[in-house]
Design a protein around this ligand. Structure first.
Ligand code: FES
Length: 127
């Protein structure tokens, strides 16, 4: 799976919103640091968090077991499976939030905003 990623912290610096339809185009044109924006390939069987770590990135996490929401990402395009129950409410799931520690990519391409743990609704779930 080809994963295009963007750090949520970059959005406020640039005045961008997560629901901006051109978000990833803007990020691609903004000459961002490789830790903040870019592409990597996830191998079959890797969770998204493992894939990021195995490519040298330090994405946030704590429990690694679907119980704390520190690892939450917003899936803008593509899909992550979630094979075990997790703590995200149905509303958050419906809005595209997933836990990168338990979610494995199920599409050939994905766009994800990572480091969204401080978004309203997620902050209070963190341990
Ligand atoms: Fe705790 Fe993913 S690291 S839910």
């Amino acid at each position: 799976c080809r994963v295009e990623y963007l750090d949520y912290e970059v959005l406020s610096d640039h005045g961008w919103e997560v629901d901006d339809p051109d978000l990833f185009e803007k990020a691609g044109a903004a000459d961002l640091d490789h830790d903040d924006y870019g592409l990597f390939l996830a191998e079959p069987g890797e969770t998204l968090l493992e894939a990021a770590e195995n490519r040298g990135f330090a994405w946030p996490f704590a429990c690694r077991g679907g119980a704390c929401a520190n690892c939450a990402v917003l899936v803008v395009d593509g899909g992550l499976d979630a094979t075990v129950d997790n703590i995200l409410s149905q509303d958050l799931v419906d809005d595209g939030f997933r836990l990168s520690c338990i979610g494995r990519p199920v599409t050939d391409d994905m766009q994800v905003v990572f480091n969204v743990k401080h978004l309203p609704g997620l902050d209070e779930l963190r341990l």
